[in-house]
Design a protein around this ligand. Structure first.
Ligand SMILES: C[S@@+](CC[C@H](N)C(=O)[O-])C[C@H]1O[C@@H](n2cnc3c(N)ncnc32)[C@H](O)[C@@H]1O
Length: 281
């Protein structure tokens, strides 16, 4: 009889440390426990594994842009809007801005209680270049009026549009959006006639088409403002159903061709979402 192979301890492959992109994960354990991503015993449950995987994926995608901003003594300002518990801000600080000794994170979140908790956590962790604003994204204005990078991870419905307006008014160089549910365009399309009406006749298709068109419009709005836009899958669908990443990097002041495409699309579908208020007539 063949000797049974010893099973690899489940702990190894399931350990959060295999996900953590740093040489010394143990240093980050207290932070991850305070964020309730890890339990008190240092374990990761299925929900927090999903969240951690998403946030780490975005961290790796943003790392090159952040490192470019950090070059030559830069002090990049990153605004994470609709921040929730600020997982993304804390992890970007812990992995990139903290070790660099430069750059800051501002979290914008309406829920006061979450902001208070984040402030306390940043103070306890010694993350002194993190701050938090308790306000709707639409009302938030950063000191100096500028930011280098804006992130909005699953900011609900039109909060993603508020994130775009925020990024434009703060002249962000890099914008990363992972939109959440979207209802505005589906509402506008309801009962709307037009050559393409079959695309939105049934409610479920109207909802999906509305969300899709919304993200297409968001991309074209950003392109019209001079951003180079990439739209990709965010993480595998097993991690989240809200899976589209819109990554925009500014490379010119404006783009007339993108503007023409946007105007053409709006004419074809016959509805005007509120985000178009960022477009000059
Ligand atoms: C689905 S959660 C995502 C939180 C976080 N970005 C993440 O991925 O873990 C969306 C958060 O955005 C906040 N939020 C929604 N609309 C907002 C707005 N207009 N201004 C500021 N925060 C907003 C909500 O309170 C909530 O905490």
């Amino acid at each position: 009889m063949k000797p049974e192979r010893a099973a690899k301890p489940a702990k190894d492959k399931d350990s959060w440390q295999t996900l953590w992109p740093s040489q010394s994960p143990e240093k980050s354990q207290p932070l991850l426990q305070a964020l309730h991503i890890l339990t008190r015993d240092g374990a990761l449950n299925a929900d927090s594994r999903r969240k951690l995987t998403q946030v780490l994926h975005l961290t790796q995608l943003l790392r090159p842009a952040l490192e470019t901003l950090l070059k030559d003594g830069g002090e990049p300002v990153l605004a994470d809007v609709g921040a929730g518990k600020s997982y993304l801000g804390f992890i970007l600080y812990d992995l990139i801005l903290g070790p660099a000794g430069r750059g800051s994170v501002v979290g914008v979140e309406t829920r006061e209680q979450l902001v208070e908790t984040s402030r306390a956590l940043a103070a306890a962790a010694g993350f002194d270049r993190m701050q938090f604003i308790a306000a709707p994204i639409a009302d938030a204005n950063l000191a100096g009026g500028k930011t280098d990078m804006v992130t909005a991870l699953h900011a609900c419905d039109t909060a993603t549009d508020d994130a775009i307006r925020f990024a434009l008014r703060h002249e962000a160089k890099v914008i990363a959006l992972v939109p959440c549910c979207q209802a505005e365009v589906a509402r506008l399309l309801d009962g709307k006639d037009g050559a393409l009406r079959q695309l939105w006749r049934h409610p479920i298709q109207r909802r999906e088409f509305g969300a899709h068109v919304t993200n297409v419009i968001r991309g074209l709005v950003l392109e019209s403002h001079g951003y180079k836009v990439r739209v990709t899958e965010f993480t595998g669908l097993e991690h989240t159903m809200k899976n589209e990443l819109i990554l925009a990097e500014r490379h010119q002041r404006s783009n007339a061709q993108a503007r023409r495409e946007l105007d053409k699309l709006i004419e074809q579908i016959g509805v005007k979402p509120a985000l178009l208020d960022v477009m000059t007539p």
